[in-house]
Design a protein around this ligand. Structure first.
Ligand SMILES: NC(=O)c1ccc[n+]([C@@H]2O[C@H](COP(=O)([O-])OP(=O)(O)OC[C@H]3O[C@@H](n4cnc5c(N)ncnc54)[C@H](O)[C@@H]3O)[C@@H](O)[C@H]2O)c1
Length: 448
């Protein structure tokens, strides 16, 4: 099929590469010309495991073509995925600037090129009723009598596992205004139907399903963190042990003679320094604001964010209780991305904590396996070490924010090589505490 993708970010480029590798002819367009140039030259603009190789293959085979003029996309395609960003504004509302601009330029080009029966697929996450009340009127106004299809098909991939999630989706939600467009869109996803559940519904339900997904997983994380807060008040209670016991309940873990089937939601029921990234914080905030303007009370979602917003501050207060006044103290931050296996730092708890530490007079040096390697020049207002050794050198305290595999071998001996008084806070409960000497290792969610 001839498919277009607008927006070459984490979602758009993943969608384009994966569909091109399934032998669709895909054209991708982005307003960021430097990004398009980079992709044309077979270079990923962000890190996502497995995609670099597929990008090279799909560009070489010409199944994937990059354009910086939207007319070139419209002329040779019949469908277009809209994958531009939908961030939140300062006051938590969804910012539709990118998506409305993308829809407008697509409609203008469809009109100019006299394209009929073109199907537009909203892949970006948008608040319920956005497609009907904001996107559809623009299309109708510009396209007039020209026929077109419109569907909401949210994306559920996780950064760090984007390739696997895209090629092996658990559900494909198709929210359309008419049956014909839904059937056409379903054809694009034919390959995935063996495993994935196809849910055909109306646009508003599709829009809400996406928010419900993200709100639910955020809720699990905040629940684990609330239990961590309680555990920290009871000496000797390890919240990680508590959560592991919960997960082994047969209502969560399916018990079979052949062994337990532990659900993937286990990875969310883990205490830590909070969720970040480009989706959970912004989507929970946006659905909360949407509920609020519709006079719906959301005590659960309010608490999810309140608990999460507190997590970086919790790390700072742990540091203060260990070091006293933070002024002049040198703190090594291990991990800047919001989770491992991605270079995405959007809403990363590490960055929030760093800002608080700096305001309290501490000096920060950070190391992140991907970010340190990627940046020849330091883009931050704190030091960026090239290696973990350089990062730990002569610091007063190390704090682990991201579960990078490289950090897992950290132990007392390693810390001793660099720190006069080895001291680490494990913000993710990731390290093996038995490998640390007394009074050197402290974990969020546990007070000895
Ligand atoms: N990142 C994720 O893990 C993820 C997962 C599921 C859903 N989503 C949703 O998918 C959408 C995209 O997210 P992302 O993380 O890929 O965003 P991103 O910021 O990485 O990429 C957006 C891209 O759109 C481009 N763009 C902006 N305006 C444009 C326009 N008018 N025309 C053409 N290109 C334009 C930008 O230059 C950028 O390259 C968001 O709505 C997000 O909530 C993201």
């Amino acid at each position: 099929m001839n498919l277009g993708v607008i927006g070459a970010g984490y979602v758009g480029l993943t969608t384009a590469i994966c569909l091109a590798s399934l032998n669709h002819k895909v054209i991708i367009y982005d307003t960021d010309r430097r990004k398009i140039e980079k992709i044309k030259n077979k270079q990923m603009p962000f890190f996502e495991d497995g995609l670099q190789n597929l990008l090279e293959k799909t560009i070489t085979s010409k199944n994937l073509i990059c354009v910086d003029n939207i007319d070139n996309l419209v002329q040779d395609t019949d469908f277009c995925f809209i994958c531009v960003g939908t961030p939140t504004t300062q006051d938590g509302f969804i910012d539709l600037t990118q998506i409305l601009a993308a829809i407008t330029s697509l409609a203008v080009s469809l009109q100019k090129n006299k394209k009929n029966d073109f199907v537009i697929i909203i892949r970006s996450t948008v608040i319920p009723k956005t497609t009907r009340s904001k996107i559809l009127p623009i299309l109708k106004e510009i396209l007039g009598e020209q026929q077109f299809g419109l569907c909401v098909v949210p994306e559920f991939l996780r950064e760090g596992q984007a390739l696997g999630d895209f090629v092996n989706p658990d559900k494909i939600v198709i929210g359309g205004f008419d049956e014909q467009s839904k059937d056409l869109v379903e054809k694009i996803f034919e390959y995935f139907k063996v495993r994935a559940k196809i849910i055909k519904t109306n646009p508003e339900t599709a829009e809400l399903i996406k928010y419900t997904n993200n709100a639910f997983f955020s809720l699990l994380i905040s629940f684990a963190n609330e239990i961590a807060n309680i555990s920290e008040k009871i000496s000797g209670v390890d919240s990680f042990e508590v959560m592991n016991a919960l997960i082994s309940d047969k209502r969560i873990t399916t018990k079979l003679d052949a062994g337990d089937i532990v659900p993937e939601l286990k990875s969310y029921l883990i205490p830590g320094c909070g969720f970040g990234g480009s989706c959970f914080p912004k989507d929970v905030r946006a659905i909360l604001q949407y509920a609020s303007i519709n006079q719906v009370k959301t005590p659960i979602l309010n608490a999810v964010l309140e608990i999460n917003d507190e997590r970086p501050r919790r790390i700072v207060s742990m540091a203060e209780s260990l070091l006293g006044d933070l002024k002049g103290k040198k703190i090594a931050v291990l991990g800047l991305t919001f989770k491992p296996d991605t270079d995405d730092m959007r809403s990363s708890p590490a960055l929030t904590a760093i800002e608080i530490f700096q305001n309290r007079g501490a000096t920060i040096i950070a190391y992140d396996p991907l970010i340190s390697k990627k940046n020849q020049e330091n883009p931050f207002d704190f030091a960026l070490a090239k290696t973990i050794d350089a990062c730990l050198d002569k610091c007063n305290l190390a704090i682990l924010f991201t579960k990078w595999a490289e950090f897992q071998s950290i132990n007392s001996n390693f810390l001793k090589q660099h720190m006069e008084n080895p001291l680490i806070i494990d913000g993710r409960g990731f390290l093996d505490q038995s490998k640390f000497e007394r009074n050197t290792y402290y974990k969020i969610g546990f007070v000895k």
